[in-house]
Design a protein around this ligand. Structure first.
Ligand code: DLZ
Length: 217
């Protein structure tokens, strides 16, 4: 049945309505990051994750992803353990991508797009969840042609992300594309006819792993 399967197959876990998901993306290679991030958010919302429970932050490049993910998760733990929500500012939704805005760290959130409107979501009736993130997604794109230390950045960033995942015991979805050239990246961001947006897979993986983690606890 799974012979020749490329990709994650069908997920059994679909209901993300109680989940809180953090996203950290690099800003290098923004033209690829943007559709990948859009793919992630569209799948999270399709699984029922409330926009107010999707927190997006950005860092300059992939190298910075591990420390940002580590601190973001830590901040969500602190926030969950203090009734005053003293660290709330740390978790304010923000993304520096020019055409993608996720707003509202308070009672609701609105995700808007300047482009085709596909990311628009209403904050009406939003159900903001409390507690630390159930999963975090780290997104970056490393293009071999653009850096001689491509392998080095790819390796240490991957190791750093795995370390954070195991140290904290939180599912950390690996959205780090390592491609040989921009065309390969465009295919994996779903920007070509034969392409597929890997961000969609990462969104689905986050929901599945977040639900599994709740069951394992
Ligand atoms: C410096 C650099 C280069 C050359 N290439 C990339 C890249 O393709 N993708 C990416 O996410 N980041 C790149 N960076 C930036 C580093 O990840 C990092 O942000 C800087 O070295 C500052 O620490």
């Amino acid at each position: 049945m799974f012979e020749g399967l490329k990709g994650p197959g069908e997920s059994q876990s679909k209901d993300g309505s109680s989940l809180r998901i953090g996203i950290v993306h690099a800003r290098w290679n923004t033209t690829l990051i943007e559709p990948l991030l859009a793919g992630v958010i569209s799948r999270l919302k399709a699984s029922g994750v409330d926009p107010s429970n999707i927190i997006v932050q950005s860092v300059p490049g992939s190298w910075e992803l591990p420390i940002a993910v580590q601190r973001l998760y830590s901040a969500s733990q602190i926030q969950a353990s203090t009734s005053s929500g003293a660290s709330g500012d740390l978790l304010g939704s923000a993304t520096d991508l020019p055409s993608l805005v996720v707003q509202g760290s308070g009672s609701g959130a609105e995700t808007g797009s300047k482009g085709d409107g596909s990311l628009k979501a209403s904050n009406t009736g939003s159900k903001k969840s409390e507690g630390p993130f159930d999963a975090i997604i780290a997104i970056g794109v490393l293009i071999k042609g653009e850096t001689v230390h491509f392998e080095h950045i790819a390796e240490v960033t991957s190791r750093g992300l795995m370390r954070v995942q195991l140290d904290f015991g939180v599912p950390l979805i690996f959205g780090l594309l390592t491609v040989l050239n921009e065309e390969q990246g465009r295919r994996r961001a779903g920007l070509t006819e034969d392409g597929h947006n890997h961000g969609e897979d990462w969104g689905d993986a986050a929901v599945e792993m977040a639900i599994k983690r709740k069951q394992w606890n």
